[in-house]
Design a protein around this ligand. Sequence first.
Ligand code: 5AD
Length: 315
Amino acid sequence: MEFSNRCSRRCAYCGLNAHRKDLRRYRMTHEEILAATRLAVRLGYGTVVLQSGEDEGATRDGLGELVRSIKAETPLAVTLSVGECSEADLAAWKQAGADRYLLRFETSDRNLYDRLHPPRRPGERSDRLGLLGTLRKLGYETGSGVLVGLPGQTFESLAEDLQRFAELDLDMIGCGPFIPHPGTALGGEQTTPTPDGQVPATELMGYKVIALARLLCPDANIPSTTALSTLNRTAGRERGLARGANVVMPNLTPARYRNLYEIYPGKPTADVDLHDQDARLRAQIAALGRSVGTGPGASPAYRQRTAAVPTAQGA
Ligand code: 5AD
């Protein structure tokens, strides 16, 4: 659920960036978010992801209260994906009951990252790898990932990214091709391969990265991402699943907000009726000969890690 498209950052690749004065901004109310999580329960889902831009209005206390309400009212595992936050924020949300956190490091090439990703305030330096360590230390089930085919991204650095996934022992890995947004600094960028080793931002490269991530991290949860469905509306999602992904993330954002969460253009316009969307998705998965899991769906990596630590119940 994309609960707010407000963002204080200016990432060169992202259509939500603060420079975009033409984009109407929204932030869902707690009641709207809770209604959508109740629907998730009725549809049989075991987990919900709350994603937003870096919305300064989504405060430590506000988001903490929301997480508490969801955990009190539903059996859902709650994943937050709200960008770079302080350790105090992350600890407070964990305390409130948040289970998981997604923060892509986008690229392990420091120069490329710094070029595309200005700090929040001058002089600050964003350290997403450091934050991933903090999340893990706080006990979150931790997810990350990269963009595939960023202008300036080389095959060598992409190989480095993949190696990082294994080193970080990630529980969740989300990767998808870069899709230029015309309202951003990278809007007109070339996405085809060049002789100097530029990674192409293609559907095929997206699949290759998923397949390699699966080989390197057999116990991680890997979604077939929306960016793949955007590049190939009919087959993107199922091809991702056939090439190493084991997770799908149906969009629960209410129809009136969906088009405003425009990280990149051309996102598939899902069914307005979320029951229809769900039925279609289940039929697609059944047609692949796969079955839909139930329950909160922690990654095998996380289950193994936590099973090794005796709990208070001695379980
Ligand atoms: N194309 C594809 N993915 C993008 N993201 C941001 N901008 C784009 C884009 N133009 C991805 C980033 C971010 C995630 C929420 O969306 O990897 O972490």
